[in-house]
Design a protein around this ligand. Structure first.
Ligand code: A4P
Ligand code: MG
Length: 290
């Protein structure tokens, strides 16, 4: 079923953005249309303002944000407005159009505008480390993710200790892993999220000499909404998550209702994996990750 919509159109803001100096000095009008996709059922059912988005406050917030902090491109204005809308818990997706009817175009014209669509997707990220200050690195990675304006950490599993799984099998000589999973909401695309995970891995000294080799930090996308992909650069859901105790055990501890699309309930997958002789996972006592 498609979502309900709340629309605000023709919002006027006077700001000083623009690529040229004369635009920044004189200022000009921007006209903004916003369509928020959300579920209005709970608000209508209880006649409850708290269950929906207050359109008056939203309109003021948008106009203030555009007027307060000028940027050069209408693309950037649109992006900021989208973030601002999606910061509201109820908003699941948003379409933003920014018009610049007084743009410096040397021929007669009526309007110029850009339209962007952004949505918030629920994703699960697996975290692993078996070199260096494992807990410290994982905590820094969580902070780096939380600091990204397009990522919100919704829940975090406990940390667990697992023996290193190598291509040849479990390696008890290799340093043990700390593993965890994170539930996040993001306005990024799956590819942009993966790029951000790689950036954080690199910032923590991740090297890639050997497949499944020891590492300071590994960040994988386990699921990205309902998205399915067999692209080797980004396979979704993660093609090995269903057979890995170091993903399933923390995930089941974080969310006992979790489902891995295409494979079923995470608790059931975990029960299955724990039947394999030699499968080991133990708790790691620590403060919650988030
Ligand atoms: N890639 C494709 N799909 C994804 C995805 N959903 N998430 C591509 C993340 N990356 C994905 O990854 C190799 C390539 O996979 C990337 O370029 C990306 O575009 P990598 O992180 O550079 O290398 P990797 O992690 O060694 O490879 P791989 O095959 O993803 O490894 P796994 O399957 O994640 O296993 N043992 C314990 N106890 N705990 C662990 O956490 N982790 C691994 C890594 C092995 N053994 C482990 C653990
Ligand atoms: Mg990886």
């Amino acid at each position: 079923m498609s979502l309900d919509r709340l629309s605000l159109s023709g919002l006027r803001a006077f700001a000083h953005p623009g690529v040229y100096d004369f635009e920044r000095e004189a200022g000009q009008h921007f006209v903004i249309d916003v369509v928020v996709h959300l579920d209005l059922g709970p608000a209508a059912g209880g006649d409850a303002l708290a269950e929906t988005i207050h359109y008056g406050e939203l309109a003021e917030d948008i106009v203030h944000a555009v007027e307060r902090d000028p940027v050069e491109l209408i693309e950037t204005v649109a992006e900021r407005v989208a973030w601002l809308v999606l910061a509201r818990r109820e908003a699941r997706a948003v379409e933003v159009t920014v018009h610049k009817p007084e743009a410096p175009i040397p021929v007669p014209f009526e309007d110029v505008s850009v339209t962007i669509r952004r949505r918030r997707t629920r994703a699960v990220i697996a975290v692993g480390s078996n070199l260096g200050d494992r807990e410290g690195t994982i905590r820094q990675a969580v902070l780096a993710l939380a600091a990204h304006p397009g990522i919100r950490i919704v829940e975090a599993s406990p940390l667990v200790v697992t023996p290193a799984l190598k291509v040849e099998g479990v390696d008890h000589e290799a340093p043990e892993y700390l593993n965890a999973v994170l539930g996040v909401e993001t306005t990024l695309s799956a590819r942009a999220l993966l790029a951000e995970l790689h950036r954080i891995e690199d910032a923590h000294g991740r090297t890639r000499e050997q497949r499944w080799g020891d590492r300071t930090l590994d960040l994988d996308i386990v699921t990205f909404g309902e998205l399915r992909s067999e692209d080797p650069r980004l396979s979704l859901p993660h093609p090995r998550a269903h057979e890995r105790v170091f993903v399933l055990a923390p995930w089941a501890a974080m969310d006992e209702e979790a489902v891995l699309p295409g494979h079923g309930r995470v608790v059931d997958l975990l029960t299955e994996v724990l039947r394999n002789p030699g499968t080991e996972v133990s708790p790691y006592p620590a403060e919650p990750l988030a």
